[in-house]
Ligand binder design. Structure first.
Ligand SMILES: [Zn+2]
Length: 431
């Protein structure tokens, strides 16, 4: 296994929630010499070649200043998302019946419900606790098989293999947590308090999601596959980070490199930290305003020479469902990054931006493939259209091919990851 894949597996394993993914991204950036921007403080001059990042909750935007004025040389932007569909624990989660306690959950994003059944589930995210001076948000990862969503036996559901496993989000998805007939105890907040080392009464609120405890793994006869939860879209998040940090080792280009990692893509990106919000725009404004290297023209001039690569996972051809793809656009695992096009603008790719990405692949010496959804099927979307339309910056939508998208455990190709890192490294090397 290569150091890159080792690092990818660690990142996946260490990031069971978007809160953890953002914290791990921030940690890697700090370790590589990026300084955290305090958005409440007076702004400082941003020296040519200096490296910084802004974190708002579970979203992070990192940037490396180019040697030229940003106004004159623009931004090379890569964007991805930190969130994945999962099951989030409700504020009043305890459902007592038949001697069991289950935890009520909300589905977050487009969950492939049946894949959550019969898995050993932990939960992770952020918990707000009361302190002597107010409240504070703490990361929490309960990496133990605390929960389970049990299938009903086939003897009691004889038609399941013909009709499919149909699960109701409200009644079937609550997760079995414990056995109890005591109406007065609250074992859930007691557990949180114990693990966070605070009083039970000081647990105020949480954003906690269930996750499958099976660690990420490389598999297949020749280790050509990679199996994990959250590949959509921690794969692109990790590829963006790896590319930015790799490109730091080359001569600093004149253009400014920007990596945006956003939460809430799976639910439409409309939030204070999502790709539809102000976060990226605010960071670009800061760069133009505070850059040491200045030139006339302001933000609009910077925008005119900027480019976005929006990276999110793509649908590989499924051997048992090949007719769900357009026969001329069937991305294959192992054959490199996929350029996603949709003329109805669900993806931002156009002929010019596709050509630019093809140029990056060529410079990196990696192959590429095309994806267009079947003309009679609805097309997905991602952060690209939001960012590109907000800012008026030309953009291309790309992503590595994968199977089992939105399953509790997904799969992609091992070789494709290094290829995407290669193409994005070329983007950040800029001009
Ligand atoms: Zn995605």
């Amino acid at each position: 296994m290569t150091p890159l894949i080792d690092d990818f597996l660690s990142f996946l394993d260490d990031s069971p929630s978007p809160h953890h993914a953002a914290a791990n991204a921030a940690q890697r950036l700090e370790d590589a010499g990026y300084t955290r921007v305090d958005e409440t403080a007076e702004p400082k001059t941003l020296a040519a070649g200096s490296r910084h990042f802004v974190q708002r909750g579970s979203s992070v935007v990192a940037f490396r200043m180019g040697t030229g004025a940003p106004v004159e040389h623009g931004f090379r932007i890569a964007a991805a998302h930190t969130d994945s569909p999962n099951l989030r624990i409700k504020p009043n989660p305890l459902i007592r019946s038949n001697g069991y306690i289950r935890l009520g959950v909300e589905t977050y994003g487009g969950v492939l419900l049946a894949t959550w059944a019969d898995r050993d589930l932990g939960f992770a995210g952020a918990v707000t606790v009361r302190t002597a001076t107010g409240t504070e948000s703490r990361l929490l990862d309960i990496r133990e098989p605390m929960c389970r969503i049990p299938n009903v036996a086939i003897h009691l559901n004889r038609g399941v293999n013909d009709k499919g496993l149909i699960l109701n989000k409200q009644t079937h998805m609550p997760a079995l947590f414990t056995l109890s007939d005591d109406e007065n105890e609250d074992p859930f907040t007691a557990l949180l308090a114990d693990r966070l080392d605070v009083e039970q009464a000081d647990i105020v609120a949480w954003d906690l999601g269930l996750y499958d405890l099976t660690p990420p793994a490389v598999g297949g006869l020749h280790n050509e596959f990679l199996y994990s939860a959250r590949l959509d879209n921690l794969a692109s998040t990790h590829a963006g980070l790896a590319a930015l940090l790799t490109s730091d080792d080359t001569d600093t280009p004149t253009s400014t490199a920007v990596l945006g990692l956003f939460d809430h893509e799976e639910v439409g990106s409309q939030s204070s930290t999502g790709a539809k919000g102000r976060l990226l725009e605010d960071v670009l404004d800061r760069i133009v305003r505070d850059a040491e290297e200045q030139a006339p023209g302001g933000q609009q001039r910077a925008i005119a020479s900027s480019f976005i690569v929006s990276a999110d996972m793509a649908h590989a051809i499924h051997p048992a469902y090949a007719d769900l793809h357009d026969p001329m656009h069937m991305p294959k695992i192992g054959l490199g990054p996929v350029i996603k096009q949709n003329v109805n603008q669900r993806y931002t790719t156009n002929n010019d931006t596709a050509a630019r990405f093809l140029g990056l692949c060529e410079a990196a010496g990696v192959p590429s493939q095309w994806f267009v959804t079947r003309s009679d099927l609805a097309c997905g979307s991602t952060v690209g259209p939001m960012i590109s339309s907000n800012l008026g910056i030309e953009s291309v939508d790309v992503g590595n091919p994968m199977l089992s998208m939105h399953s509790a455990r997904e799969m992609c190709g091992t070789a494709d990851h290094a290829m995407m890192v290669g193409a994005l490294t070329e983007l950040f090397k800029g001009t």
